[in-house]
Design a protein around this ligand. Structure first.
Ligand code: GDP
Length: 572
């Protein structure tokens, strides 16, 4: 509930709740949502008795895999277009939109809402309007897999290029089938056969060459081959037998969101299962709201959206993030509870980002049976180093774990590599390469393990050690705060509280700390208690006084220095 809700419920002024929160070390505004535990502490501080109501039942709404197969009906495939820059992704999306968009009603111009539906032989296909494997993998990294088929655009005059290979690897890592659209066949220097030949080298063998990859020759410019491409998409989708249950509360994913000046927060939802209706209560990531209005890809108001349909929704109090899941809930209260849960998870992610794998952890995960593949991304300075490293690494595969190289290439480590690693729980190995600044930031945020080497032997050795649990993590200590002891108080029997002034950084309860006297470490433990005046505090910032109790130490003297720090895994 929000601070205001709580104040209303307790019949006290919101300021009183905010004050009670502050004493407990929580800074909150009147409209901020607080969780049950926090609300309970505040309420009991204000002399109320607290009892938790049973959570509303939300069980049957999820787990589509548990759904009765007889309730499932076919749903349109969702397609992402990928390929090298300038090979015609946008042109192809435009050509499809112009020739095959649903409902030919007057004035029905497609709106850009992030996706649209095309129609062929009375069957619909949903296209995501943000082409490229980066967008695709970014969504995946957020936990949203919303693509059934990847169309790989390769310009017939330019052939397979670095981003073509990236796109192939990203689609394969997500186990999404690929259809090749050989574009620009109208050009005099088009060589579709050469493209097919090159694709073979990247394990995409087209049907003509005895493989099972569908390739279609198109010209986005002359709008040729478009229908054939759509038919092939339907064919590939048919094999996947995509189904959903339209008669259940909707689940979906946000594919685009923005703040519109006149309409407020607007999000485009791709409905993945169930039917989304106007009036539904929804939890969208950490945002809870109610669908007030919906618009389709033609800008027309609609009241319902069935599986695989993209719709813009209005009525959310806040802008969600692309990739956020959407879930219809039975009532407002459940929507809020879900949103709060997501919010809490996000906070935890920030505090201890553990979603990704690191080379040190892999052994434990193998032992626990939670991984069967060691996914790697390999970047080297020159193409020539890739083969020897790859074959040595692949040879390390053992029965329990297979070493899979999701992507390899010459060049520095980019953001796209980090996204792929994040989405596929992979580790990035760099040999004589650098990490681009954007990629470093992304890796730090997502906790993606990047390891740089300059000796091939060390690359192989580290992976081997990791697979056998012999790789020891290296930790470094990072100073968090420093405080000077100004006064010493006796409490209880023999215990001490050091009255300190925080002179640098911050002091936080529970963190490792040491006590220094004349520059020498006298004691090492952790901050057991932290007080601001008489109240417990979670952290106290520089410039403020606080009372610090160190675990197992009662010989503090005025003039001592307390340093708190955190342990971080060292990046090699
Ligand atoms: P993207 O970067 O992959 O989205 O590529 P674009 O769709 O922006 O196209 C890049 C360039 O190729 C543009 O100048 C297009 O006009 C041109 N182009 C795209 N498709 C075709 C085609 O089928 N034939 C020819 N001749 N040019 C094309």
């Amino acid at each position: 509930m929000t601070v205001k809700d709580l104040a209303d419920l307790l019949r006290v002024a919101p300021a009183q709740v905010i004050k009670a929160l502050l004493t407990n070390g929580v800074m909150a505004t009147i409209n901020q949502t607080i969780d049950y535990e926090t609300a309970a502490i505040v309420a009991s501080d204000l002399d109320f008795q607290v009892k938790e109501a049973p959570a509303p039942a939300v069980a049957a709404e999820e787990a589509p895999e548990l759904e009765d197969p007889s309730l499932l009906v076919h749903r349109p495939p969702i397609v992402t277009i990928m390929g090298h820059v300038d090979h015609g992704k946008t042109s192809l999306l435009d050509a499809i939109r112009e020739t095959n968009v649903t409902a030919k009603e007057a004035g029905g111009i497609t709106q850009h809402i992030g996706a649209y539906q095309a129609e062929i032989r009375n069957q619909r296909i949903t296209f995501l309007d943000t082409p490229g494997h980066e967008a695709f993998t970014a969504m995946r990294a957020r936990g949203a897999q919303v693509t059934d088929v990847a169309v790989l655009v390769v310009a017939a005059d330019d052939g397979v290029q670095p981003q073509t290979i990236e796109a192939i690897d990203h689609a394969k890592a997500a186990k999404v089938p690929i259809i090749v659209a050989i574009n620009k066949v109208d050009k005099p220097d088009a060589h579709p056969d050469r493209v097919k030949q090159q694709l073979t080298e990247h394990n995409l063998v087209v049907e003509e060459y005895g493989g099972d990859v569908v390739a279609v020759e198109v010209s986005a410019k002359q709008k040729k081959g478009i229908e054939h491409l759509l038919e092939m998409i339907l064919l590939v989708a048919e094999i996947q037998d995509l189904r959903a249950n339209p008669n259940r509360p909707a689940v979906g994913a946000i594919i685009e969101a923005k703040l519109d000046k006149t309409r407020g927060p607007v999000g485009t939802v791709l409905v993945q299962n169930g039917t989304l209706k106007v009036g539904d209560f929804v939890a969208v990531g950490s945002v809870a709201g109610r669908v007030r209005a919906m618009f389709n890809d033609r800008g027309k108001p609609v009241r319902r959206a069935d599986p695989s349909t993209p719709v813009e929704i209005l009525g959310l109090p806040d802008v969600p993030r692309a990739g956020d899941p959407l879930r219809v809930t039975p009532d407002e209260r459940t929507a809020r509870a879900r949103a709060l849960e997501a919010q809490r998870e996000q906070h935890q992610e920030v505090a201890t980002p553990t979603a990704s794998t690191s080379l040190e952890d892999i052994y434990a995960q193998i032992q626990a049976g939670s991984v069967k593949d060691l996914n790697l991304i390999l970047k080297t300075d020159v193409q020539g180093s890739i083969d020897p490293i790859r074959s040595s690494l692949e040879r390390l595969s053992v029965e329990e774990v297979k070493v899979r190289i999701l992507h390899e290439g010459a060049g520095n480590i980019t953001e796209s590599d980090v996204l792929l690693a994040q989405a596929s729980q992979a580790i990035i190995l760099g040999f004589n390469v650098r990490v681009e600044p954007g990629a470093r930031r992304a890796a730090d945020t997502a906790n993606v393990d990047i390891r740089l080497y300059s000796i091939i032997y060390n690359v192989i050795e580290d992976v081997q050690k990791a697979l056998t649990g012999m790789l020891e993590p290296v930790y470094v200590e990072v100073l968090e705060g420093r405080a000077e002891v100004r006064q010493v108080f006796k409490v209880g029997k023999g215990d001490q509280i050091a009255g300190c002034m925080v002179v640098e950084g911050k002091m936080s309860r529970g963190t490792p700390a040491r006590l220094l006297r004349r520059g020498q470490v006298v004691h090492s433990s952790q901050i057991a208690s932290l007080k601001r005046f008489k109240d417990d505090a979670r952290e106290v910032a520089a410039g403020f006084e606080c009372g610090v109790g160190l675990d197992g130490f009662s010989d503090v003297q005025v003039g001592d220095i307390i340093e708190s720090y955190r342990r971080e895994k060292a990046t090699p």
